[in-house]
Unconditional design. Structure first.
Length: 90
């Protein structure tokens, strides 16, 4: 995240990633204990969604920062760069 991201924005993303880490740990544990494949797939989908949402939150923060001019003009990503980042998550 950019240095201009608020502490609240960063905390939200970190919390999402920590949840994803916990879900991933549950997937690994389920695989190691030969859990039902349906349960594993459901947990794996939840991990993917949590990571995707964290990525979208990072991009959203960058967009807000760029649009409001809060970021240093030298280091600010261009709209094209942000669009490319956004599409990598799609």
């Amino acid at each position: 995240m950019s240095a201009q991201a608020s502490e609240q924005d960063i905390r939200k993303v970190v919390n999402r990633l920590k949840r994803a880490r916990g879900q991933l740990t549950a997937v690994i544990d389920a695989m190691e204990t030969d859990a039902d494949c349906r349960d594993v797939v459901i947990q794996l989908a939840a991990v993917g969604k949590a990571i995707d949402r964290a990525g979208f939150a990072v991009i959203s923060t960058a967009l807000r920062t760029c649009m409001t001019g809060e970021d240093d003009a030298q280091d600010a990503p261009t709209i094209a760069e942000l669009e490319k980042l956004f599409l990598t998550l799609a």
